[in-house]
Write a protein that binds this ligand. Structure first.
Ligand SMILES: Cc1cc2nc3c(=O)[nH]c(=O)nc-3n(C[C@H](O)[C@H](O)[C@H](O)COP(=O)(O)O)c2cc1C
Length: 191
């Protein structure tokens, strides 16, 4: 099993990175293969809402904006599960996370069988400031995965990993939670 860890911070040495390391360890403990992607190293333009609203994303599941999205989209298709870790910026996901997920959602949400649906996921919000906005960031992540799964809530419980908020105050014990949740996600999936 291959799990894509999508880290959405420009900082290689911050809270997001620490969460990424914890997830990596948990995935390895579960005997799966972690693949780490640093979104801010990639060129990901914003969605252009082609053709007055929808482009090829709707009917073909393909984004017309050509950049690093295409390779990442393929990696997402090849992954068996996801850990998404975003720093909390402005009570929300980071700009790089939004750039990716705005486009990914358009490609996937309208299809019955897509590259995300039915695969387990774990969402982590890393809030290094006051911690305010952590819940809101996690709510954005929840909405995103619900929309891409378009499943009944009961079905979704089979693939839902967890939604974890890590702050400066709770990091000492919540990093352990990220590790444990990553391992459990893999083990549950492999059952
Ligand atoms: C533009 C910007 C907005 C931010 N907004 C929030 C926020 O709403 N809540 C919060 O707790 N921290 C906020 N922070 C602090 C980041 O969450 C904190 O720096 C976090 O550790 C960033 O992740 P990193 O350590 O991976 O760089 C903000 C930081 C930036 C740069």
């Amino acid at each position: 099993m291959k799990v894509l860890i999508i880290t959405c911070s420009p900082n290689r040495d911050g809270l997001t990175a620490a969460c990424g390391e914890a997830a990596e360890q948990g995935i390895k403990n579960g005997k799966a293969e972690p693949v780490v992607v640093w979104l801010n190293d990639l060129t990901l333009s914003k969605c252009k809402a082609c053709d007055n609203g929808w482009g090829t994303c709707r009917n073909q599941g393909v984004c017309q904006v050509l950049d690093d999205f295409q390779v990442l989209h393929q990696q997402i298709g090849e992954a068996d599960g996801f850990v998404v870790i975003s720093p909390v910026y402005w009570w929300d996901m980071s700009e790089s996370a939004k750039a990716l997920f705005d486009r990914l959602r358009r490609c996937e949400a309208m299809k019955d069988h897509n590259r995300v649906k039915g695969k387990p996921f774990l969402c982590v919000a890393a809030a290094g400031g006051t911690g305010i906005g952590t819940i809101n960031c996690l709510a954005s992540m929840e909405r995103l995965f619900l929309q891409m799964n378009s499943l009944q809530f009961m079905d979704l419980s089979a693939v839902m990993g967890d939604f974890i908020g890590v702050t400066r105050k709770n990091r000492s014990y919540m990093l352990e939670a990220v590790k444990a949740a990553s391992e459990k996600m893999v083990l549950d999936w492999l059952k």
